[in-house]
Every structure is written in structure tokens, then in C-alpha cells.
Design a protein around this ligand. Structure first.
Ligand code: IPE
Ligand code: IPE
Ligand code: MG
Length: 245
């Protein structure tokens, strides 16, 4: 495999970590074991991204629609998240990683909410990489939430309609302060967005792989980055315009 160019790694990688259930089925295990195995891929991926100089890593860990899964699976997923945070915050400190989270976090309830808040506070000063977990996250929900608070500010006289721009709108989103993803990876073979970062993916490069999330390892991530580095991001312009600058 061709090596990645360390000078041109994506600043922000977002990952839809899909395929835990199918991995479990393939190995004649229950779905929850697939999720547990997937947590190992999260550890590997975070470590690799930090090592190769990715500045922002966003992981889709639990979608708004995932609340519709059987209660036992939802409970197990939240339990795994709790275990992950309990086990990893020290590693985040050791590796200068700052934890943030996006989504309807309040709906997670305690004790997870407190664990997340404490982990965010503890790691707030870290500068090496931002690890952003999308939890109870939905892209349309996020846009509606932003519109709602913007209307509130409008009625309160804080903003006027003519002041509403793309930049201002983005400040009302959960992702305020984070750059848009450069590369979106989806494992598990499905080619869809599943309500992830609908606003932020406007000019993101997409990479789909059949590898199931629990099988995802460093080489798969590097393959995705090599593929990304072969692409020309034109942002609506012509190729000539880009090479001339
Ligand atoms: C991704 O794996 C994990 C979450 C959505 C939380 P899935 O559980 O969706 O796995 P498949 O798609 O059923 O294989
Ligand atoms: C997307 O996977 C959500 C996460 C990875 C957290 P899903 O498995 O929920 O997506 P669909 O239902 O196949 O679109
Ligand atoms: Mg799935």
C-alpha cells in the first residue's frame, strides 16, 4: 500500500462506525458482543489518528434513531459508552486529547451525562487532538434545534433577520467551533449518511468500505487516507483554477 503523505492528512475525520451487529451475526454471537468488539476499534482508531496528526476526530456512536432499537440493546450501548469513558479518560490525558460531544446529550440521562461532563472538563486543556463523540445525535434534529434557538434570539431582539448568514447559523449548531469534516468514512458497506452531520458534510469527501466496524484496524484507516489524498477537492471551481493558485 502507498504511504500516506503526513503533510496532507485530513484535518477532521468523521466516522460512521457501522456493522457491529452483522459482525456479531457472522461470528454467531449476540449483537451486544459486536458492540463490545467495536469499542476496541474505537481505541485503535483514536490512537492512530492522534499518532498521525489528525486534529479532529468525530465518531458517530449513537444516533437519534438508535433509540428505536430494542431497549436491552440501547441499555447495553449506553453501558459500553460508560465503560469506554471510565477506561479512556486517563489515556486521553496521557495523549493530550480533548473530549467533546455533540447531540441531544441531556436525553442520555445520568450517570452518563455526568461522566461526559466530567471527562470534558478534565480534558478541556488538551491540545493534541479533539475527540468528538456524536451521541444521541441527529443531523436534522441539530438543524431544528439551531433554528429554534435562533428564532428565540430573534424574538429577544438579539439578532435581526438580515444578520442571519451561513457563518452565524453554524454558530448555533452543536459543532460550533469545530471545522467541517474533510473526510467521512463509513464502515459496514452501507452507502448512506443516516442523519449524520447534514450541514457540515457539504464539501466533505466520502469513503465507504465493506469492512465491518469491529474488524476496522489501522491499515483500513490509512487506506482511506491514501484514497482521500488522491482526490482533488474543487469546491465548485475548475481544476485549472486550483492548480494556478
Ligand atoms: C453500529 O453497528 C453501531 C451503532 C449503530 C450503535 P450496528 O449495530 O448498526 O450494526 P449493523 O448495521 O446491525 O451490522
Ligand atoms: C448509523 O448506523 C448510526 C451509527 C453508526 C451510530 P445505523 O446502523 O443506525 O444506520 P442505518 O439504520 O443502517 O441507516
Ligand atoms: Mg447499522
Amino acid at each position: 500500500m502507498k504511504e500516506i503523505d503526513p503533510a496532507r492528512v485530513p484535518r477532521h475525520i468523521a466516522i460512521i462506525m457501522d456493522g457491529n451487529g452483522r459482525w456479531a451475526k457472522k461470528h454467531a454471537m449476540g449483537r451486544v458482543l459486536g458492540h463490545r468488539k467495536g469499542a476496541e476499534s474505537v481505541r485503535v482508531t483514536v490512537r492512530t489518528c492522534r499518532r498521525i496528526g489528525i486534529r479532529y476526530l468525530t465518531l458517530y456512536a449513537f444516533s437519534m434513531e438508535n433509540w428505536l432499537r430494542p431497549e436491552a440493546e440501547v441499555r447495553a450501548l449506553l453501558q459500553l459508552l460508560q465503560e469506554y469513558l471510565d477506561g479512556e479518560v486517563q489515556e486521553m490525558m496521557d495523549n493530550d486529547i480533548r473530549l467533546v460531544a455533540i447531540g441531544s446529550l441531556d436525553s442520555l440521562g445520568d450517570p452518563i451525562l455526568t461522566t461526559i461532563r466530567e471527562a470534558m472538563e478534565r480534558t478541556a486543556g488538551n491540545q493534541g487532538m479533539v475527540l468528538n463523540l456524536a451521541l444521541s445525535y441527529g443531523g436534522r434534529d441539530e438543524i431544528v434545534m439551531a433554528a429554534r434557538s435562533m428564532v428565540g434570539d430573534g424574538l429577544a431582539g438579539i439578532i435581526r433577520p438580515e444578520e442571519v448568514t451561513k457563518e452565524l447559523f453554524a454558530r448555533y449548531l452543536y459543532t460550533t467551533g469545530l471545522p467541517d469534516p474533510d473526510l467521512l468514512i463509513r464502515t459496514g458497506g452501507e452507502c448512506r449518511v443516516s442523519n449524520f452531520l447534514l450541514w457540515q458534510l457539504a464539501y466533505t469527501e466520502f469513503y465507504f468500505t465493506d469492512v465491518l466496524w469491529p474488524d476496522f484496524r489501522e491499515r483500513h484507516l490509512l487506506e482511506a487516507i491514501v484514497d482521500y489524498q488522491k482526490r482533488e477537492r474543487r469546491f465548485g471551481m475548475t481544476s485549472d483554477q486550483l492548480t494556478r493558485t
